[in-house]
Design a protein around this ligand. Structure first.
Ligand SMILES: [Zn+2]
Length: 114
């Protein structure tokens, strides 16, 4: 599986597929429901876009499983979070960064107070 930068051919191909998918009956139905996958809000379909759960640039594909309805607001928010920030958030949510303060046990410090 490819993470990091996908090759340009992949991006080109999957973008084209995304375009096709947007014209499909399936996508029209999804838009018709009008529900944003991320925030669960209801929007008119002019406010909705297609979002790839795994971005094409990271090796994601334009399949029904990877494409969701997304409101413009969520799309913008997500856009700001791409890259490093996203990784930090992911790590934090998996507990890989540990708590900010560090050290769980407080066994009384004899060196006087901070
Ligand atoms: Zn949303």
């Amino acid at each position: 599986m490819l993470y990091g930068f996908a090759d340009p051919e992949h991006i080109k191909r999957e973008r084209a597929k995304g375009k096709e998918l947007r014209q499909s009956q399936w996508w029209r139905q999804e838009l018709g429901k009008g529900i944003c996958y991320h925030c669960g809000g209801k929007f008119p379909k002019e406010q909705l876009t297609m979002d790839h759960l795994v971005p094409i640039a990271r090796g994601g594909k334009s399949t029904k499983n990877n494409c969701v309805v997304c409101c413009k607001e969520c799309n913008t928010k997500k856009g700001h979070k791409l890259g490093v920030e996203m990784t930090i958030d992911e790590m934090r949510s998996r507990g890989e960064l540990g708590p900010e303060t560090g050290g769980f046990g407080d066994d009384g410090d004899s060196e006087g107070d901070k």
